[in-house]
Design a binder for this molecule. Structure first.
Ligand code: GYE
Length: 345
């Protein structure tokens, strides 16, 4: 009678040991638990790498839309050619990315490809320069600067400068090195200057495309110096052009600086991100820089988050900017009734 009981206990014991062994046998896993955070696929078409501003801009976007932040980013450098950017956009559409970020070279010529993105239901975020399209619904939103305001602030500064120094408007002999023709930054900064020339009666000697690069800035300035011997102001549309222009001026033995009454050539420019240019500002070689803020990455991240939440973001998102100068007398400028303080470096 006792035997079967012992056998049952023994069988139960064996079964328990077997179960224990089985659970011990399950190999330990080092794999992360499956995360429910979605990876967002983004295609970013940058127009090129012409300036320090552009490098800072690219970095800002690549950093914000990083893997750690949940993004799978495809980055394409357009090498200063719109055709390359259009090809990149078509590739992103083919890949069926969740979002396209586009930093366009020039304003026109985007209608077709943006329509293709819209038809594929891919929201497009425009950064930096604008696109000139008939149908504004072809893109979700835009982040960038008010380039005409930058130009107006710079011209208000030049006007203040001439007033403080008792220089008649017609005695300001200006040469103008423009940025890539047809880009929003060029259009706005040029418009700001052209209107001021009309308004104040400054002597604008010449305007030419410096393509936002140091090399072209130097070439254009050298040719201006050959053509005119009374230049006393150089309006450069970015710092890289200004650095090139300064090289050309100094190569002729002339001095750059704000003392134009004593023969110096005054250089002004835009951006304020280039270390060399900021150094020149402090040394007085560049007299004023209209800040252009390239840190769009965190803003693009916010806009994508808003879209991910199914909300509609602001259509136009402006970045805040100041004027930098080493001329201490001008503390602020007024444009269209608004006063903007100047950051003295
Ligand atoms: O000022 C210049 C760059 O579009 C704001 O492009 C941008 C301009 C910037 O190459 O340095």
């Amino acid at each position: 009678m006792k035997k079967p009981v012992h056998l049952t206990v023994l069988l139960l014991l064996l079964a328990a040991i077997a179960t224990a062994c089985r659970s011990n046998a399950v190999p330990e896993t080092t794999e992360e638990p499956v995360s429910d955070i979605k990876t967002v696929n983004v295609g970013f078409s940058q127009l090129g790498a012409e300036s320090d501003w552009r490098s800072a801009h690219t970095d800002s976007i690549l950093t914000a839309l990083s893997k750690e932040n949940g993004f799978n980013l495809t980055y394409k450098n357009g090498q200063q050619k719109q055709a390359n950017q259009v090809t990149a956009l078509r590739m992103f559409i083919q890949q069926d990315v969740d979002y396209i970020v586009l930093a366009p070279e020039t304003e026109t010529g985007w209608d077709f490809v943006l329509k293709e993105a819209k038809d594929a239901d891919i929201p497009v975020i425009i950064v930096d320069r604008r696109v000139d399209v008939e149908d504004q619904s072809l893109y979700s939103c835009w982040v960038g600067s008010d380039f005409e305001l930058e130009g107006k602030k710079m011209c208000a500064w030049i006007n203040e400068y001439s007033k403080i120094n008792n220089i008649a408007p017609e005695d300001l002999h200006i040469v103008h090195i423009q940025g890539t023709l047809g880009s929003t930054a060029q259009i706005g900064r040029t418009r700001g200057l052209n209107n001021a020339v009309q308004e104040y009666g400054w002597d604008l000697l010449a305007q030419e495309n410096g393509e936002f690069t140091e090399t072209r800035g130097k070439e254009v300035m050298a040719s201006f110096l050959n053509q005119f011997d009374n230049i006393n102001v150089v309006y450069c549309e970015n710092d890289n052009e200004a650095i090139g222009a300064i090289e050309a001026i100094e190569a002729t033995g002339r001095k750059v600086g704000s003392d134009i009454k004593n023969g110096e050539i005054m250089v002004v420019s835009f951006d304020g991100i280039n270390e060399e240019a900021m150094q020149y500002l402090q040394e007085g070689k560049i007299s004023c820089i209209g800040e252009c803020n390239p840190l769009h990455g965190p803003r693009v991240l916010d806009l994508i988050n808003t879209l991910e939440e199914g909300k509609e973001p602001e259509k136009y998102n402006y970045v805040p900017e100041t004027l930098f100068s080493s001329v201490p007398e001008i503390k602020s400028v007024t444009v269209d009734g608004e006063t903007y303080s100047v950051t003295i470096k």
